[in-house]
Write a protein that binds this ligand. Structure first.
Ligand code: NDP
Length: 400
């Protein structure tokens, strides 16, 4: 049915690419393009004999719009799936506009020199994408992504009005290292060391990092400490869910992770301010990334499960209603299937699904969209089919 250019070949891309190759009817041809082409070639060699999807590879610096345009003009994909880093979102969107090609990503744009992520930069492309007749789907991972689809599904099928959303992201996995991150360490540490915030009564409430802690008993995982963080889907859900009064995002962290992070912060290792080291300018956080375990190497060592979902509270037929939608994913099952841990798996599968819905026309609508703005039903069906089945509960424990 289609031909897709996939940019990036890290942990998330490895899962998305293998899932595209399991779905060869839709993904007839893919080109894997990344900074280090040897990684693309190694992945191609691993999977090309197991799939009907025709795979090619290319070297690409996705910070350079002209290079991306040249590759798109040569390969002529129907869509570009951006699985590089948030820093490359705008250069890739510019290239898609110039070539009138659909665009899908999993994380919102972040400038390299400021630890700040928000949708304003990408929402600024709405009119241009509409005029060009092409679709951009923003944040087709798990959170954002599946959490956004869960919200649209809850609104469509279970509520007249949703007033409260608590997004709970629990990683009950253990990789045996005292400190490692489950996805790109630089992006992950920028996210968790930032101030927290939540949306309430029409405005943002800011908190100190890790200031708000709760304990929650997660299905199939058990009791975990979780902390309130700022997270990108809050920004779009606050606009797109009518009647919303409060949205919060909580993520679980173990004590060892937090103690190490505090220590690294205290000694300046998480800073993104450049420093001079032996006559060369380096960024401490990028140096830290170089010494930490590669998230892609955690797969064989990680045991346990993730449980990520949303608790909704609102009204149906004049009565108060509560509804919890979530997915439980087992790290070792993911490793057995694709050689990845569950964090990459839970992001890579929705990336493939969002791209599939653009290619097959179900989500093909000119403009720039967050996932909750589109019909959730085909996405929910695809989650069950492609490895992330969801569960629901009508009487969940609530977060105070
Ligand atoms: P990795 O660091 O494992 O992979 C990033 C890939 O992008 C690498 O292959 C890297 O190349 C490539 N890359 C980086 N810069 C460039 C560039 N300038 N040109 C071309 N290629 C480049 O990251 P992850 O796979 O862990 O994360 C991928 C994305 O997924 C991130 O944006 C992350 O924020 C997002 N994410 C989203 C989640 C969600 O639920 N929505 C959850 C987790 C992650 P090289 O191999 O040379 O380093």
């Amino acid at each position: 049915m289609g031909r897709v250019l996939i940019i990036g070949c890290g942990g998330v891309a490895s899962v998305a690419i293998q899932k595209c190759c399991q779905n060869s009817e839709v993904f007839e041809e893919i080109c894997i393009a990344s900074r280090t082409v040897s990684k693309c070639d190694a992945l191609k060699a691993k999977i090309e004999n197991t799939t009907k999807t025709k795979i090619t590879t290319a070297q690409l610096d996705a910070d350079n719009t002209d290079e991306i345009i040249a590759l798109i003009n040569e390969y002529k994909p129907d869509a570009v799936l951006n699985l590089a880093l948030p820093y490359q979102d705008l250069t890739i969107m510019d290239a898609c506009l110039a070539t009138k090609t659909h665009y899908i990503d999993t994380a919102n744009y972040e400038p390299k020199d400021t630890a700040k992520f928000e949708y304003s930069w990408q929402w600024a492309y709405r009119e241009k994408f509409k005029e060009a007749g092409i679709t951009a789907i923003l944040g087709s991972g798990f959170d954002p992504g599946v959490t956004s689809v869960f919200s649209a599904y809850a609104l469509k099928h279970h509520f007249d009005e949703i007033n409260y959303i608590d997004i709970l992201d629990c990683n009950g996995g253990d990789h045996g290292y005292p400190f490692a991150t489950n996805f790109n360490p630089e992006i992950n540490i920028r996210e968790v060391s930032a101030k927290g915030s939540y949306w309430e009564d029409g405005h943002w409430v800011e908190t100190e990092p890790m200031e708000i802690k709760r304990v929650y008993n997660f299905d199939e995982v058990g009791e975990k400490d979780m902390y309130l963080l700022h997270h990108e889907e809050i920004e779009s859900l606050a606009l797109n869910i009518p009647g919303i009064k409060r949205i919060r995002f909580f993520m679980t962290f173990g004590q060892s992770y937090l103690t190490h992070l505090k220590c690294l912060e205290n000694v300046g290792m998480t800073s993104i301010e450049p420093i001079m080291y032996e006559g060369k300018e380096i960024i401490p956080l990028q140096f830290l990334k170089a010494v930490l375990p590669d998230p892609a190497s955690l797969g064989p060592r990680t045991v346990g499960k993730t449980n990520i979902g949303c608790i909704f509270q609102g009204k149906k037929d004049g009565k108060d209603k509560t509804y919890y939608l979530y997915n439980v994913c087992d790290h070792q099952e993911c490793y057995k299937e694709l050689g990845s841990q569950a964090i990459s798996y839970t992001t890579g599968v929705p990336a493939m699904i969002g791209t599939m819905l653009v290619i097959n026309g179900l989500w093909n609508k000119p403009g720039v969209y967050n996932l909750e703005e589109l019909d959730p039903d085909p996405f929910m069906e695809a989650l069950n089919k492609w490895g992330l089945p969801w569960k629901e509960s009508f009487n969940p424990e609530l977060v105070d």
